[in-house]
Design a protein around this ligand. Structure first.
Ligand SMILES: C[S@@+](CC[C@H](N)C(=O)[O-])C[C@H]1O[C@@H](n2cnc3c(N)ncnc32)[C@H](O)[C@@H]1O
Length: 159
């Protein structure tokens, strides 16, 4: 399985970069992982609705360049569907059984993901009703994918 994480903005903090690198290393046993970063737009403190629309549209256009029509697309969104780790593992497994060999995840920037891009996603996945910074979200997603593979392979994992 190939897994792509398409995200807005770079990871600035060293400790997040190290966590991403650690999970990427652990995941290399299970899947082919790629992390694709697109440039974020400068966002004013209080963007007007028009500015917000423009920022989200530009970031969405950049993300769309990486979206592959044959891949299964999951957008990370607070208002998406919640699942537990076992359900998430089954989801990845069942996509593989259905012959899907590429899963793409989208993580938005500070203003989120443009609604038109959210509409294109096959799934919208929520990790809780709370808002996480996009850099931390990347780490959490990688950890859950790793946990998912451990669950699928019936390998021990701390609870
Ligand atoms: C700082 S958040 C954006 C917050 C923005 N106000 C919104 O409502 O989308 C950046 C990105 O991280 C992801 N994210 C943050 N918290 C999340 C959560 N609880 N569940 C799923 N994705 C989340 C989403 O992809 C979001 O676009």
């Amino acid at each position: 399985m190939k897994i792509s994480i398409i995200c807005v903005g770079k990871i600035k903090e060293k400790f997040y970069r190290e966590a991403v690198a650690e999970y990427a290393k652990r995941l290399s046993r299970y899947c082919k992982l790629e992390v694709l970063e697109v440039e974020d737009e400068k966002t004013p403190e209080q963007p007007s609705p028009a500015q917000k629309e423009q920022i989200l549209r530009r970031e969405a256009e950049r993300m769309e360049r990486y979206i592959r029509p044959d891949a299964h697309l999951t957008a990370l969104a607070i208002e998406g569907r919640k699942m537990d780790s076992e359900q998430f593992a089954s989801r990845i497994e069942s996509l593989g059984v259905r012959g899907i060999s590429h899963i793409q995840f989208l993580i938005g920037g500070s203003l989120g993901i443009h609604p038109s891009l959210l509409d294109k996603a096959d799934d919208k996945l929520s990790f809780s009703d709370m808002t996480f910074p996009h850099q931390l979200m990347r780490v959490i997603l990688l950890e859950q994918i790793y946990r998912g593979y451990r669950i699928m392979n019936k390998e021990p994992y701390h609870k």
